[in-house]
Design a protein around this ligand. Structure first.
Ligand code: NAP
Length: 180
């Protein structure tokens, strides 16, 4: 199973600006890239805080062809939002969740943040690629890309300028242990 983190960040490494939740800072070029790249995945994972910020938009786009899995320690609290096969709330470890998705036949999963979920999956050595839009912005403060200390080595796979923008799309690959 191929698992990718898809995110947009400021040049100084923040995925949300200052105290403002959400991704309003991202460029039109990134929004277009994001919509397109999601079509290449068969399952999406994000954290409960990211879900809450984008709840209305996520619920409006539910589809059995692209199920969403929301990580929370309290899935029962979200039972009213859950739609099996489209929007599921899970308290599994990342490793258990990935094993479950693999058993259900999913092959390409996008991890869509936020910071806590990026860290959880990277610490568990479950990520194959990071597909990151670097926006030409500096925030100084905000939600960082990662929530915890980590020391990971990456290999650059590609870098491109998103069309008609000053945004860079960079793809890095991580080494992954053979037993995952
Ligand atoms: N620019 C981007 O690309 C991008 C992408 C995504 C998000 N964001 C932004 O990032 C911010 C949210 O990021 P965040 O780091 O604060 O929150 P987050 O990662 O979206 O969600 C954190 C939540 O995930 C759940 N969680 C964490 N560890 C878990 C575990 N071991 N097992 C099960 N559930 C677990 C917990 O939910 P419970 O508290 O319910 O247990 C926790 O509160 C928002 O502002 C969002 O807009 C930006």
């Amino acid at each position: 199973m191929e698992i990718s983190v898809i995110a947009a960040q400021s040049l100084d490494g923040f995925i949300a600006k200052h105290d403002l939740p959400g991704t309003d800072f991202t460029s039109e070029a990134d929004k277009l890239h994001f919509r397109r790249i999601l079509q290449t995945f068969d399952s999406l994972i994000f954290g409960r805080l990211t879900y809450e910020v984008s709840r209305a938009a996520i619920r409006a786009r539910l589809s059995p062809s692209l199920p969403r899995f929301v990580m929370t320690r309290n899935p029962r609290a979200w039972a009213g939002d859950a739609v099996y096969g489209q929007l599921e709330f899970v308290s599994d470890t990342p490793t258990a969740l990935v094993a479950r998705l693999r058993d259900r036949g999913f092959r390409r999963c996008a991890v869509l943040g936020g910071s806590q979920i990026h860290s959880l999956f990277l610490e568990s050595n479950l990520i194959d690629t990071l597909i990151i839009t670097i926006e030409p912005r500096l925030f100084g403060r905000g939600v960082p890309f990662l929530h915890q200390c980590i020391d990971a080595n990456l290999r650059l796979e590609s870098v491109e300028r998103l069309p008609a923008s000053d945004s860079l799309l960079v793809t890095y690959r991580l080494a992954k242990s053979p037993d995952v």
